[in-house]
Design a protein around this ligand. Structure first.
Ligand SMILES: *Cc1c(COP(=O)(O)O)cnc(C)c1O
Length: 225
């Protein structure tokens, strides 16, 4: 595992993809996905300049948070059960997997308790694959409208998991779909909702996602293998 060269390659691809979309690399947040990666390798990535980390399981996140602490910004990107919100509420800065009103209520309750608002991304199942978590695109706006009454759940964007396809070009349509949904949401002028972030793209397809407007990419294996 040569994290330094993996990271360099990743950042170069982020930069060239951003340019294709008339943006700069500074506008793209690289979220390093550290599932199954041992803490010493994570620390190596941090020492090389990585500032955002993500885990997809609550238990692994809390374990690594204990070691790594607050030297980075933490993201929860995996499916989140309501009864586990309490374990991460004081550790993560972003939850990418908000997918129901019930989960929003639990986040509200826990965040209120510690008086710390939580930035959340609505997870949308753009591809319609049955194996995927996330809201149907048509459910997004009705849910966002219901969240107006909450004060500690701050929706700041959308997240999607594209299907894994050998040819990353084939994922482009799903990234276009999430971008279009974010524009539609912006047009609703919901005063309590921001569409600052599009979290889409993983190791094999983040370059395509950036070309389609992603500004948070979740990259694991490309950095840590
Ligand atoms: C594992 C994971 C990633 C990163 O996947 P790689 O292909 O290893 O880059 C991104 N998002 C989620 C939700 C994940 O679980």
């Amino acid at each position: 595992m040569n994290i330094a060269s993996n990271l360099k390659e990743t950042l170069e691809l982020i930069e060239s993809s951003a340019q294709k979309n008339n943006r700069t690399k500074e506008e793209i947040i690289l979220v390093a996905v550290t599932k199954t990666v041992p803490p010493e390798k994570i620390q190596e990535a941090i020492d090389l300049g990585v500032t955002h980390l993500a885990e997809n399981k609550v238990q692994e996140l809390t374990k690594k948070h204990e070691i790594i602490g607050d030297q980075v910004t933490w993201h929860m990107i995996g499916h989140l059960q309501r009864n586990k919100v309490k374990y991460i509420i004081d550790k993560v800065d972003y939850i990418h997997s908000l997918d129901s009103y019930e989960l929003a209520l639990e986040i509200e309750k826990r965040a209120k308790k510690i008086e710390r608002p939580m930035k959340c991304l609505l997870e949308v199942n753009i591809s319609g694959e049955e194996s995927k978590y996330g809201l149907e695109p048509l459910e997004a706006i009705p849910l966002l409208e219901k969240l107006a009454e909450l004060h500690y759940v701050k929706v700041v964007g959308l997240m999607t998991m594209a299907p894994f396809l050998d040819d990353p070009e084939e994922t482009r349509q799903y990234f276009k779909g999430l971008k279009a949904l974010s524009e539609e949401i912006k047009n609703q002028n919901l005063s309590h909702v921001r569409m600052d972030y599009l979290s889409m793209g993983m190791s094999n397809d983040f370059h395509v996602a950036i070309e389609e407007g992603a500004n948070m990419v979740r990259v694991g294996s490309k950095l840590f293998t």
